[in-house]
Design a protein around this ligand. Sequence first.
Ligand code: HAM
Length: 428
Amino acid sequence: MANKSKFQAIKGTRDLLPPETALWNYVEDTARNVFETFGLDEIRPPIFEPTELFARSIGAETDVVSKEMYSFEDRDETPVSLRPEATASVCRAYIEHGMQQLPQPVKLYYMGPMFRRERPQKGRYRQFYQIGAEVLGGGDAPAIDAEVIEMVMTFFDKLGLTAVELDINSIGHHAPNCRPAYVEKLKAALEKVKDQLGADSQRRIETNPLRVLDSKLEHEQAIIATLPRIADHLCPDCASHYAAVKRQLEMRGVFFKENWRLVRGLDYYMRTTFEITAKGLGSQNAVCGGGRYDGLMELLGGPPTKGIGFAIGEDRLILSLQDSGKGATPQGRDVYVAWMGERAYATAVRAAKDLRNAGFSVELPPTELKFGKALERADKLGSRYALILGDNEVSEGSWTLKTLADGTQQKFTEPELLEFLKQGKSGG
Ligand code: HAM
């Protein structure tokens, strides 16, 4: 069991260990496969960026920027931060590399670690992993929103994660007769009930009134239910965009629930927002969040470019898969080469090379073991077969293959053996 060493992983970080890493790889491979069927390519932005990039895009007043970033001064005194998310980086890269010259929209996905100094708990870490995608340029047709959401749902479906709920909303845009007008109404309504709200919500009336809608505080729920709803205050353009997104989702057979309180915690969103929750996660049950951010590129000094994307919390996705019994089985080995004798060893080395070239996972013990001991180890490693090579087998050119599940043995010449194993593999 766990030993106490002088060093331990920093609070909120953890080692991902085998056999669980096999599940992580499976999830990432599946994401790549599904995203590629939707025409996305991979981008790998850096892990740290100028702090200003995140402050500008996510918003200086957000919890993420004001409380949770790992920020430091580089040796040349540039303020830099570990990335808390990747949308800002992808937009920066789009501008920096002149991607507006490419056929639009540019469709990119990414995966990797993000850093937020939150209070660690189940499903919430300080280093966590996201799998995300951004679709940039190419306008703001509701079909783009719907296809992005369809892609996430297809991915979850491929993983067998079916107990998920998709919530959608529209939070309007920056034109004065849309979100700003609604925010004024909301502020006025909040001022009237201010005394009944907790300290956080009271503060947010000034800094970010929309975030009050996000509150999980029990006693605030009844009050929030009486507040004006943004869907009733969208300008005609945003209202028809939202209606079209819903029609487009229905057309694609994507089930959703409208949630007027879904405002998201980052400032760059406008119009469509969405979140997906999954079972078995307790309070940290959001496995995916995303939305449209049409003004962000200009905010970062780029050409007017619309954008929409999402990020999946991979740690939570894995927890949810494990909770629903879809955890990966340990990988095991195909062949354990049990060898004895010097001549046998030379043949064993060559056989291991040939088998690995043919795609089999092979364990070749580095020192000689008695056959009994070798078979014991083969069993412990979950090997399917043991290839028994003694000097006799080598001089006769007839190798013994033992199937560990039932103990049966068969004799093969070398080419026959490869053929036999290949058939076993293709037949499952
Ligand atoms: P977000 O909602 O901040 O959005 O994060 C997306 C997902 O990352 C969350 O739903 C959650 O699953 C996971 N996550 C966030 N913080 C943690 C944490 N401390 N521990 C474990 N998982 C966490 C974004 O990051 C946006 N960039 C998404 C996006 C892309 N919007 C448009 N494009």
